[in-house]
Design a protein around this ligand. Structure first.
Ligand code: SAH
Ligand code: SF4
Length: 397
């Protein structure tokens, strides 16, 4: 019995170690009887340190379903402390979600880990080798979600294109889309090197698969891409974008970007700026390169000074902010299907949902309809205004 604090951690882009340690100390100081559990990447990578800093239990990403048992054993006095940080490669288990109520859009993990070893990235170490969840288990979970009110299934993995379950990723998309009650399917992340023509064809063909592709490029320079170990060139990426657009004209692209990777010159950076304009990403997450212990990139020469990383990030983000409204103008005047997720945070009487391309739209419901009554429904909305990052419209049916 007693209080348990679970600290879930991520170390992909920051250095959370000190934060976690101070959170453990703070919790113990305020409540000496509390048991502190650390989960996630930092648990995986720094188990012994965390134990010596006062954590009672450290559980890496493969051990969450043992957590309840481990806490019970602690209640019985054995063991008192522990680190669970091996990777389970044989028959890996995935937590089975079985909520009593589901949101309109739900996340569903289909894969753990990653085998790509991009030179900057800690994920293969922190999350282990790539393992796919069996398709029947995914379908069963999606069915449970739909039974509790979900309408959109959002499939998650570090590299969903390389999903190894039966039928591969195209087969999985077909199966999830075919579940009665699923009106939309989304997924992330797609790796450019694994986006095959048959997958592009499947995405374009299955009506429930929404025309939105998060296709992180990371850099617009072939030299930098090679040093990152991404497995494609600038030219190959641009050609891929053209192929996807030809098959799927409605598609909206979004990306992740890293600036200031070791050896990145001003010239390389300008190629990144140029590629962002050329592709016309309708959304972008961008980051300053950050050294991760244990990754290959820490041994590369040409470290870029922090202030230059910061300055490039600001230039990239301001340029992107300036082009997004122009890109969103393509939706003006269009009547688009919107899956309603809730009420508008800002305007009273308005509802909030997403268009197929994943942009948020706030809209005025039909006369006599309350936003609440629309949640979970797909309605038709005419877009009448582009705001900074969102759209506005009026429901037409
Ligand atoms: N598997 C996905 C994303 C993994 S992590 C992919 O390959 O795209 C999410 C994003 O964090 C990455 O796309 C990258 O842009 C960023 N990221 C990862 N490691 C980083 C690092 N060391 N420094 C800065 N950004 C990083
Ligand atoms: Fe990291 Fe690369 Fe794997 Fe993405 S594909 S998780 S960036 S190693």
């Amino acid at each position: 019995g007693g209080d348990v604090l679970i600290l879930n951690t991520c170390s992909v882009r920051e250095k959370p170690r000190e934060k976690v340690i101070s959170a453990i100390r703070q919790a113990k100081a305020g409540n000496p009887g509390i048991r502190v559990v650390v989960a996630g990447c930092v648990a995986q990578l720094e188990g012994d340190t965390l134990l010596s800093e006062g954590a009672d239990l450290v559980v890496g990403p493969d051990w969450y379903d043992s957590l309840a048992d481990a806490l019970r054993e602690m209640d019985d006095g054995t063991p008192e402390h522990g680190v669970f940080d091996g990777f389970i490669t044989d028959n890996p288990s995935f937590l089975q979600a079985d909520p009593s109520e589901a949101g309109v859009s739900v996340f569903l993990p289909i894969q753990k880990g990653c085998d790509n070893f991009c030179t900057y990235c800690v994920v293969p170490m922190a999350r282990g080798p790539e393992r796919s969840r069996p398709a029947p288990e995914i379908v069963a979970e999606a069915e449970r979600f739909v039974g509790r009110g979900a309408r959109e299934i959002f499939l998650l993995g570090q590299n969903v294109n390389s999903y190894k379950g039966e039928g591969g990723f195209p087969g999985l998309l077909e199966q999830v889309a075919a579940i009665p009650g699923v009106s939309r399917v989304r997924f992330t992340t797609s790796h450019p090197k694994d986006l095959s023509d048959s997958l592009i064809a499947a995405m374009a063909r299955i009506p429930q698969v929404m025309p939105w592709l998060h296709l992180p490029v990371q850099s617009g320079s072939t030299v930098v891409l090679r040093r990152m170990g991404r497995g494609y060139t600038r030219e190959a990426y641009l050609e891929l974008v053209d192929r996807v657009r030809a098959a799927w004209p409605k598609v909206a692209f979004t990306t992740d970007m890293i600036v200031g990777f070791p050896g990145e010159t001003e010239e390389d950076f300008l190629q990144t700026m140029d590629l962002v304009r050329r592709v016309g990403y309708e959304g972008m997450f961008s980051f300053r390169y950050s050294e991760r212990p244990g990754t290959a990139a820490v041994k590369l020469d040409g470290s870029v000074p922090m202030e230059i990383r910061g300055e490039r990030l600001t230039r990239l983000q301001s340029m992107h902010e300036a082009i997004v409204p122009g890109l969103l103008e393509r939706y003006l005047g269009q009547a688009l299907p919107v899956l309603v997720e809730g009420t508008s945070a800002r305007s009273e009487g308005e509802a909030r949902g997403r268009i197929p391309q994943n942009h948020v739209v706030n809209f005025v419901p039909l006369p006599g309809q309350t936003p609440d009554a629309l949640v979970g429904r797909e309605v038709s909305v005419r877009i009448d205004e582009v705001r900074t990052h969102t759209l506005h419209g009026v429901q037409i049916s």
